[in-house]
Design a protein around this ligand. Structure first.
Ligand code: NG1
Length: 391
């Protein structure tokens, strides 16, 4: 039984009627431009064919009742319970409930009406794997409330409100990339986003290659501390570079030559973090030209360089991610492989020739298991549409 059918059955069981609608909002992979969204840089993600799904209907109750099928838990929330992060019975909101509650909070802050609903939801985006499961849940709830509310916001506006929910309600200081990809994804296309101006366009991925996601099975720990610490290093680098380059507002404004000239003035660790960001933004610009010219070879090389930089300069990899990348890069048909998302565990993303894909998946799984003793989950994915009404 597929997920939508299952959700519809559960909705009927819980609420006595079939759902009025079903929405889906995808997770994402990022092909290039890692840890640059919060430095006003350029990113190159794609929405994927794994998503959060919500089956829902309006209710005359004054609150929304939400059931997370993956956790087998329910939570009831309303505008009154938002400030205390509790439910209508005053019990604390479960952690998963922070995402829909955050979306409701961000909508109300923007003076957008939120209609009470009964909803059941589930996701096949693995959690904590660098595939933006949280952004997909936020974008799915945003679309569900839009569908019931009779208002309509452009996808980028929904992404911005989702980011606000995550930053200010959930308390994760993320950039815009994840919500953007989940809201704005386009089937079979990569998305090039300027995280400063928020202008974006699609880029083609030749149909001779596929995207393979390899989950190390290692879940990141202590990430928010490490993530915030990397952000702080970038802010510090910006502040120090401003002494010589007063026009600089973020690392996005520093070019490679300027950085080479001034790097010695930075403390070693700050210099390494900033070098990754400056060079990574340069790589995304090169990637744009490579993809427009259909040069997958060069694009793959840029992905490989990105992994080295994340491993050695930004220091957000881990032995399992390095093993997965190293094995992938040694296999026939692999153009590029690197960790995707924040790092410290989770998934790698691989660009692989369609002709070699079956052997690639098999050999990567075998090689990784014999090296680490862990059984990875490896799947071929394709670039999918952003959040949409399915029924
Ligand atoms: P993931 O791995 O999806 O948590 C995080 C940030 C992104 C971006 C990447 C690194 C969150 C929710 N998202 O992604 O905004 O900065 O790391 O490129 O923290």
């Amino acid at each position: 039984m597929d997920l939508i059918e299952r959700l519809s059955i559960i909705h009927r069981e819980r609420f006595g009627i079939p759902p009025l609608h079903v929405v889906r909002a995808p997770g994402r992979i990022n092909l290039l431009g890692e840890h640059v969204d919060y430095n006003d840089g350029f990113v190159l993600p794609a929405a994927i064919d794994r998503a959060a799904y919500i089956a829902f209907s309006p209710t005359t109750a004054p609150h929304s009742t939400l059931e997370a099928v993956d956790f087998d838990q329910q939570a009831s929330i309303s505008a009154e319970t938002l400030p205390t992060k509790t439910q209508i019975d005053a019990s604390p909101l479960p952690e998963w409930g922070l995402y829909p509650a955050g979306v409701m909070w961000a909508l109300l802050e923007a003076k957008i009406p939120v209609m009470p609903m009964n909803a059941v939801f589930a996701s096949n985006v693995p959690r904590g794997a660098g595939l933006s499961s949280s952004a997909s849940v936020e974008m799915a709830f945003m679309l569900a409330w839009q569908t019931l509310g009779g208002w309509e916001l452009p996808p980028m506006q929904r992404a911005l409100l989702g980011q606000k929910a995550e930053n200010r309600y959930v308390g994760v200081n993320c950039g815009i990339m994840d919500q953007f990809a989940s809201a704005c994804g386009v089937e079979n296309k990569l998305l090039l986003l300027d995280c400063r101006s928020l202008e974006w366009k699609t880029l083609p991925l030749p149909d001779t290659v596929s995207i393979v996601v390899a989950d190390t099975g290692v879940r990141r720990k202590l990430t928010s501390g490490e993530y915030n610490n990397r952000r702080a290093a970038c802010e510090e680098a910006t502040r120090l570079l401003q002494r010589d380059l007063p026009h600089v507002k973020s690392l996005r404004d520093v070019n490679a030559e300027e950085f080479d000239r001034l790097a010695k003035k930075l403390p070693e660790e700050i210099g390494k973090r900033a070098r990754h960001v400056v060079e990574e933004i340069g790589r995304v610009k090169q990637a744009e030209a490579s993809l427009e010219a259909g040069d997958v070879g060069n694009f793959g090389r840029l992905m490989n360089e990105c992994h080295v930089s994340l491993r050695d300069l930004y220091e957000v990899s881990c032995p399992e991610l390095d093993a997965m990348v190293e094995i992938a890069q040694s296999l026939e048909g692999c153009y590029g492989a690197r960790l995707t998302g924040a790092g410290f565990g989770g998934c790698t993303v691989n660009l692989v020739s369609n002709e070699k894909i079956e052997a690639f998946v098999q050999k990567l799984a075998k090689g990784y298991e014999s090296k680490t003793g862990l059984r990875p989950e490896i799947y071929i994915t394709r670039a999918a549409n952003g959040a949409e009404l399915v029924e």
